[in-house]
Design a protein. Sequence first.
Length: 243
Amino acid sequence: MATRVQFENSGEIGVFAKLTNSYCLLAAGAKEHFRAMESELADHIPVVYTSIAGTRLIGRMTVGNKNGLLLPNTTTDQEMLHIRNSLPDSVVVQRVEERLSALGNCVVCNDYVALVHPDLDRETEEIIADTLGVEVFRQTIAGNALVGSYCAISNQGGLVHPKTTIQEQGELSSLLQIPLVAGTINRGSDVIGAGCVVNDWTAFVGLETTATELTVLESIFKLEDNQPSAIINQMRSSLIDTL
């Protein structure tokens, strides 16, 4: 089930939150905004309120999966200690010396595969492979090097930039070994990574997201039993609602 949420009047929920199958990081000092997220997640995984390098841009600065979490080198010792103490022992937390420090924009991963910015350091690539336990591929999405910004993936499926060609979707799908669909979020925004956070059993999207966008997202991430016929029926009903 996907839930619409917002953060201080912003639908860019993926900027302020990082969600994986084994933990969730949320921007510090925003408990009232994330009440819906916390109530859904708290019974299953640890929910940690933190800052990264003094900012609240958790989702854009970090990259992680159930195996590990990578933080930029600007993360303070205090922040790192707080995150380490709050996460399960099985999750490896590590700081990365990387020129492209907004790791969430430059890397997208699930529990098995990561796509990274073509200009990422070779050393960083090795750290991603070791810490997150993934295969790493240098890739662009619809000509955009910021792979983390323009797609969202889980172990079930992935949503990519709307201008991604069928051929490119096929290539990415065979690399990731999951089904992909091109689409938008937040009423037409192509910045998928900023508009939503997903894991294998739930998703949170910006408040602006339309019924159709939500249906496509729930279908590709297998969050409901949305067969293609059900999607078409729901699209028809949403069209009738707007008319």
